[in-house]
Design a binder for this molecule. Structure first.
Ligand SMILES: [Zn+2]
Length: 321
């Protein structure tokens, strides 16, 4: 599984320039304006003659009309309506990149992906959910956890009013990289077990392919800014509420897939894990692995503390550089 999905985002980003991708799509209508190229957006088409901006030096694009933005991987993902992972595989295939280090050669990987069909692969891992739960965002539990109404609404979190597995739990929607709803995570508001509930792997859901809140953060933040990485979705909502872009691992271990996604989207990160053994272990592991791909620093919390217990002033003191 791990091998089949192996793709070196960093190598792809380093090897493929914006111009190469624009040429691939036959985008020849952009005109120079200062350091940038500007013109009609190849993603949404549209009317705005100059809404699409490319900074070739930074390897970044931004459409001020459809709000698509990011690096070469994000551009291909937007053009192909696929995940960043599939975009990297496509780029490796188009430009027959020789991959360094361990893992199968890109061409072999791309051939395997083509055989499965990009959509076939996506249908297996975290497939979009065909329905939504009814959620009461005004339920007292959210407030008890220190979350404002606006924050709960932003995340679509609240008490599950629908019948079924998540009935009566505090739920939060989970999205894939494209922002499609793929399931819900639920926390018990009483003594019921398990305390935390995730969608079933039998339905194709795998936490390790997901970074909670990634799709929003990618849209909202600039790559030069730091993303805060936390363990749980309550931590994430609290950190967001304090004004910092944040994603959650949904646990205290970083999967290889999450590592790739972080490397693909961000240049800087702050590790902000629980003040316990699991959290410190995660900090050490993440410092080792992520610092090869991005600038990483870690916040050390005292024993027994976790980010969602802190108030906004405390969060700001720890997170502001
Ligand atoms: Zn656009």
């Amino acid at each position: 599984m791990g091998e089949k999905n192996w793709v070196d985002f960093k190598a792809v980003k380093a090897a493929v320039t914006m111009q190469m991708v624009l040429d691939h799509y036959g985008v020849n209508w952009l005109r120079k304006s200062g350091d940038e190229l500007r013109g009609k957006c190849p993603i949404h088409g549209g009317e705005g003659e100059r809404s699409f901006h490319v900074n070739a030096g930074k390897g970044a694009f931004h459409c001020f009309s459809c709000q698509a933005k990011g690096n070469v991987l994000d551009l291909v993902a937007a053009m192909e309506k696929c995940s960043v992972r599939d975009a990297a595989v496509k780029l490796a295939e188009w430009f027959t990149l020789a991959q360094e280090g361990a893992g199968p050669p890109a061409t072999k990987m791309a051939a395997a992906a083509a055989k499965n069909g990009a959509e076939g692969a996506a249908a297996v891992i975290n497939p979009p959910l065909g329905f939504q739960l009814r959620v009461d965002g005004e339920h007292a539990y959210g407030v008890k956890r220190g979350l404002a109404k606006e924050t709960l609404a932003h995340f679509g979190a609240g008490l599950c009013m629908s019948k079924g597995t998540f009935a009566g739990r505090f739920v939060v929607p989970l999205h894939n990289e494209l922002g499609e709803l793929v399931g819900y995570a639920g926390r018990a508001v009483d003594d019921r077990e398990p305390k935390y509930l995730f969608p079933s792997s039998e339905k194709g859901f795998h936490k390790k392919y997901l970074l909670f809140n990634l799709h929003r953060v990618v849209k909202e933040m600039e790559a030069e800014h730091s993303v805060v990485i936390v363990e749980g979705f309550f931590d994430c909502m609290k950190v967001h509420q304090a004004g910092f872009p944040c994603v959650a691992l949904l646990g205290s271990s970083l999967s290889a897939e999450q590592e790739e996604m972080l490397g693909a989207h961000f240049n800087r990160a702050v590790l902000f894990f629980d003040g316990d053994e699991a959290g410190r272990g995660a900090t050490e592991d993440c410092l080792n692995r992520l610092s090869r791909k991005l600038f990483v620093r870690a916040v050390d919390l005292p024993d027994g503390k976790q980010p969602d217990m802190l108030d906004e002033r405390e969060l700001r003191e720890l997170l502001e550089v």
